[in-house]
Write a protein that binds this ligand. Structure first.
Ligand code: NDP
Length: 327
């Protein structure tokens, strides 16, 4: 029997986790042969609700689920974690500026970074979903000096999947026919979904759609999709965010298909003019449990300006959390 993988999830009683945990338990994250140990974290006020989620996981009688442990202590919750999904975050409430959000989340991700540094497994891979995800990941990374920086990532896969879905719908092709979609920058309204290199069943997407559709429809629809879902559903996207988190980790751990790539926010190595160490979304390929930023793409002037604007926002967020003493 293969060695079980320990997966830690924060915000375990939240909406995204409710979509995420049952799929992890079913084998969707690491495949049908890998047993999983779940370690769920919550703030003290939500531990009772988390006990209910753990009971439901037990009631699933999942053959791959070896154990479920719950805690409100990151030093216990991240213990031995091979994969850490940082979903819980302080939500933005009305009247809160982005800077207030950074200040509210700083202590959470400072502590979680330190705990991961101290007690996670040597091979830990971290995905931050809780917003502002890129900068929360930056804080956690900075507070985990003994963990290779490259193991800290943030989620732009939902934006990537949304971009694939919009293009698929436009050209009347199944999502499976779309390859080489790219999302650049911050997981925020400044992100840049870029279909310059995307293909539909191997044909360049730009030859199949009008450029006016790209600028007036595709880009704003992807950027504003989260708001559209809140308006329609009366609540944030949760199941699709959970599904994207599964996709992110599965592809990172098990690899991307030949000839295709995915979008992940990862610490920059200086590629594409993004300052080194900034956690920004790039096109990446994955193999053997590691990702590589796709080299040699040549963003045109419009793409360059959009990427630069999103990266400028990330620089501001980074400087703000450094000023606040979190990184
Ligand atoms: P959700 O589970 O719906 O969302 C969790 C986080 O994911 C939020 O920061 C949310 O950002 C973010 N997110 C990122 N991408 C998306 C996306 N595409 N769509 C929707 N959300 C996205 O929040 P809940 O409030 O239901 O649950 C959060 C849980 O986390 C609570 O149970 C709370 O107690 C817990 N928590 C745990 C902490 C810990 O473990 N230390 C710390 C703080 C909270 P956004 O708000 O911008 O939508």
């Amino acid at each position: 029997r293969p060695v079980p993988v320990t997966v830690a999830v924060t915000g375990g009683a939240g909406q995204i986790a409710y979509g995420l945990l049952f799929r992890i338990a079913s084998g969707a994250l690491l495949g049908p042969d890998t047993p999983v140990r779940l370690r769920l974290l919550e703030i003290p006020a939500a531990v009772a609700a988390l006990e209910g989620v753990a009971m439901e996981l037990e009631d699933g009688a999942f053959p791959l689920l070896e154990s479920v442990d719950i805690s409100d202590d990151p030093w216990l919750g991240f213990s031995g974690a091979n994969i850490a999904l940082l979903v819980g975050a302080r939500p933005r409430t009305s009247g809160m500026e982005r800077s207030d959000l950074l200040a509210a989340n700083g202590p959470i991700f400072t502590e979680q970074g330190a705990a991961i540094n101290a007690v996670a497994a040597d091979d830990v891979k971290v995905l931050v979903v809780g917003n502002p995800a890129n900068t929360n990941a930056f804080i956690a990374m900075t507070n985990a000096p003994d963990v290779p920086a490259a193991r800290f990532t943030a989620m732009t896969r939902l934006d990537h999947n949304r971009a694939i879905a919009q293009l698929a719908k436009k050209v009347g092709a199944p999502a499976a026919d779309i390859s080489r979609m790219t999302v650049w920058g911050n997981h925020s309204a400044t992100q840049y979904p870029d279909l310059a290199h995307a293909a539909v069943a191997g044909k360049p997407a730009v030859e199949l759609v009008e450029s006016s559709w790209v600028t007036e429809d595709f880009v704003p629809t992807v950027q504003q999709r989260g708001t559209a879902i809140i308006q329609a559903r009366g609540a944030s996207s949760a199941a699709s965010a959970a599904s994207a988190a599964i996709d992110h980790i599965r592809d990172w751990a098990l690899g991307t298909p030949q000839g295709d790539w995915v979008s992940m926010a990862v610490p920059s190595d200086g590629s594409y003019g993004v300052p080194e160490g900034l956690i920004s979304s790039f096109p990446v390929t994955c193999a053997n449990g590691e990702y590589t930023i796709v080299p040699g793409l040549d963003p045109d002037d419009n793409a360059r300006a959009r990427i630069d604007a999103s990266v400028a926002e990330l620089v501001q967020e980074r400087d703000a959390v450094i000023d606040l003493g979190f990184a």
